[in-house]
Design a binder for this molecule. Structure first.
Ligand code: UD1
Ligand code: CA
Length: 457
C-alpha cells in the first residue's frame, strides 16, 4: 500500500461540550480524541498528517507536539474552508484522506480497507458512510437509481424525502489530490448555514468528470463526539475494546464494564482483574496476579504472582509474589522486592522494601531502606520529616521492629537488631543489639483507691 496524506479537521470550538478547552482535547481512555485519530491514520499508513487548528490552537499544538504538521483556520467558515486554508500543505498528486478530530473510535483497519477500496475503484472521491436507524443531524448520501453517489445533502438543507435516507456521511473522505484542489475553487457558501461545505465537492467533482463512491463503516467507528454524553459513550466503547483485547490475550476480567484499563497497559497471562480497578499510564503487570477489587495503579511495574487488594500504587516497582492490602498505598519511587507482605493501612513512600519483609499493619515508611526479612510491628513508623527537610533511615536485614516504634530519621538500624515496642529511636543501633528507648514502667500500688477517697476520681 502506498503512502497517503491525511488532513484532520479540528478547528471547531465544540460549543456543545460546554468547556474552556477545545473539543478534540477531551480525553477518551486517557488520550485526547484527536490523538486517537492521528494514531489510527498513522497506523493505516498515513505519511504526513496535517491538523487544521482554530479554537485553542496552542493547546492542541502542545498536546500533539511535532508528530504532525499544522494549518491554521482563523475563522471557522465551514469544512470546505478548513481544507482551503490547508491547501498549500497538501500534495498535488496522490491521495488525501480527510478525517475529523472528534471521531476517536475510527480504527486503522477500517481506514486501510477504506483506502484500498478507493484505489480499487479508482475513485476521485470516496466518502466513508454508515447506515443509521436514526440519521438525524448527519449529511445524507444521495444515490441515483443505479446506486451511484450523486451528492451529499446536509440535514439542515434536506427536504423530507432526503431526510428519509439512512445512509449518512461520516465526514471522512479520501480525495484524489488533483480533484480536491480543483473542486475547492467552486465551493461556495450558498446554503442554510452560510458555510463552505466540503460535502459540495461531491457534486462538483462529478460535474468535472470524476468518479465518486462510498465505503460503509460500522456505526460505532464513525460516531462523532459533540457532547459530554457522547464523550462517555465513546469512552465506554473504547474501554470495551481495550478490555476485549486483554481478555483475548489471556487476562481474566471479571466485570469489564467496571474495570478501567488504559491503552498502554500490558498485563500477563492468567492474571485476574477484579471490578472497580483502574490501571493507568505505562503500567505493566506480570502473570498470575490478582488485582482488585477496587485498586488504582498508575505508571507502575508489577511482577508475577502479586495479590493487590483495595490499594493504590503510583510510579513504583513491585517484584514477584507480593501481597499488598487491603487499604495500602505505595507512593512514587518505591521498590518492593520479592515475597514482601504489605498489609492494611500502610503507606510506603520513596522507599525500598527488602525481600520477604513484613509490614503487616498501620505503618508509615518514607525515605527509607528496609532490609530483607525485616518485620515492622503494628503502628511502627519512620519519622522522616523534621518540619523542614526529609531524612533517610536505613534498616538492615533480619531486623525486628516492635509495635508502635518511631524511627527518627536520619537513623541506622544494623542487621539482626531488635527494637523494643514503644521505643523512639534516635541513635544508631548496632548489629544484633536490643534497643529500648522508653521510660520504665512504675506501678503505684493502691493509687486508685487513695485517689477516690480524696474525691479525685
Ligand atoms: C459534517 C458534514 C456532515 C457529516 C458530519 C459528520 C459538512 C458540511 N458536513 O457536518 O455531512 O454528516 O460532519 O459528523 O462537512 N471544522 C473545522 N473548520 C470549520 C468547520 C468545521 O475545522 O470551519 C471541523 C470541526 O472542528 C469538526 C469537523 O470539521 O471536527 C466537522 O465539523 P462540524 O461543524 O461538526 O460538521 P457537521 O455539521 O457535524
Ligand atoms: Ca460534527
Amino acid at each position: 500500500m502506498d503512502n497517503f496524506y491525511t488532513l484532520i479537521l479540528a478547528a471547531g470550538l465544540g460549543k456543545r461540550m460546554k468547556s474552556k478547552h477545545p473539543k478534540v482535547l477531551h480525553k477518551v481512555c486517557e488520550r485526547p480524541m484527536v490523538e486517537w485519530v492521528v494514531r489510527s491514520a498513522k497506523e493505516a499508513g498515513a505519511k504526513d498528517v496535517v491538523v487544521v487548528l482554530g479554537h485553542g490552537a496552542e493547546e492542541v499544538k502542545s498536546a500533539l507536539g511535532d508528530s504532525v504538521k499544522y494549518a491554521y483556520q482563523e475563522k471557522q467558515l465551514g469544512t470546505g474552508h478548513a481544507v482551503m486554508v490547508s491547501k498549500d500543505l497538501l500534495p498535488d498528486t496522490g491521495n488525501i484522506m480527510i478525517l475529523t478530530g472528534d471521531t476517536p473510535l475510527i480504527m486503522s483497519e477500517t481506514l486501510k480497507k477504506f483506502y484500498n477500496f478507493h484505489l480499487k475503484e479508482q475513485n476521485s472521491i470516496t466518502v466513508l458512510s454508515s447506515f443509521f436507524d436514526v440519521p438525524d443531524g448527519y449529511g445524507r448520501i444521495v444515490r441515483d437509481v443505479n446506486g451511484n453517489v450523486l451528492k451529499i445533502v446536509e440535514d439542515k438543507d434536506a427536504d423530507d424525502a432526503i431526510k428519509g435516507i439512512h445512509e449518512i456521511n461520516s465526514g471522512m473522505y479520501i480525495f484524489n489530490s488533483d480533484y480536491l484542489k480543483k473542486s475547492l475553487q467552486y465551493i461556495n457558501n450558498n446554503n442554510a448555514q452560510g458555510e463552505y461545505y466540503l460535502t459540495d465537492a461531491v457534486e462538483i467533482v462529478i460535474r468535472l468528470g470524476g468518479k465518486v463512491g462510498a465505503y460503509s463503516a460500522p456505526n460505532e467507528e464513525i460516531m462523532g463526539v459533540n457532547t459530554r454524553v457522547q464523550l462517555q459513550e465513546a469512552e465506554k466503547a473504547m474501554r470495551r475494546r481495550i478490555n476485549k483485547r486483554l481478555m483475548l490475550d489471556g487476562v481474566t476480567i471479571i466485570d469489564p464494564d467496571n474495570t478501567y484499563i488504559g491503552p498502554d497497559v500490558v498485563i500477563g497471562m492468567d492474571t485476574i482483574i477484579y471490578p472497580g480497578t483502574r490501571i493507568e499510564g505505562k503500567t505493566s503487570i506480570g502473570e498470575d496476579c490478582e488485582i482488585g477489587p477496587n485498586s488504582y495503579i498508575i505508571n507502575s511495574e508489577i511482577g508475577n504472582g502479586c495479590r493487590i487488594i483495595f490499594s493504590m500504587i503510583t510510579e513504583s516497582k513491585l517484584y514477584n509474589n507480593i501481597k499488598l492490602g487491603p487499604f495500602a498505598q505505595i507512593r512514587p519511587e518505591s521498590v518492593i522486592h520479592n515475597n514482601a507482605k504489605l498489609g492494611n493501612f500502610i503507606e510506603i513512600k520513596k522507599s525500598v522494601i527488602g525481600e520477604g519483609a513484613k509490614v503487616p499493619h498501620l505503618t508509615y515508611i518514607g525515605d527509607a531502606e528496609v532490609g530483607k526479612r525485616v518485620n515492622m510491628g503494628c503502628g511502627s513508623i519512620v519519622v522522616n520529616y523534621d518540619g523542614k527537610k526529609k531524612h533517610k533511615t536505613i534498616i538492615g536485614d533480619d531486623v525486628f521492629v516492635g509495635c508502635n516504634v518511631n524511627l527518627v530519621s536520619p537513623v541506622k538500624i544494623n542487621n539482626n537488631a531488635f527494637i523494643a515496642a514503644g521505643s523512639t529511636i534516635t541513635d544508631e543501633v548496632p548489629d544484633g543489639a536490643l534497643a529500648i528507648a522508653r521510660c520504665r514502667q512504675t506501678n503505684k500500688e493502691g493509687w486508685v483507691e487513695e485517689r477516690r477517697k480524696k474525691g479525685g476520681l
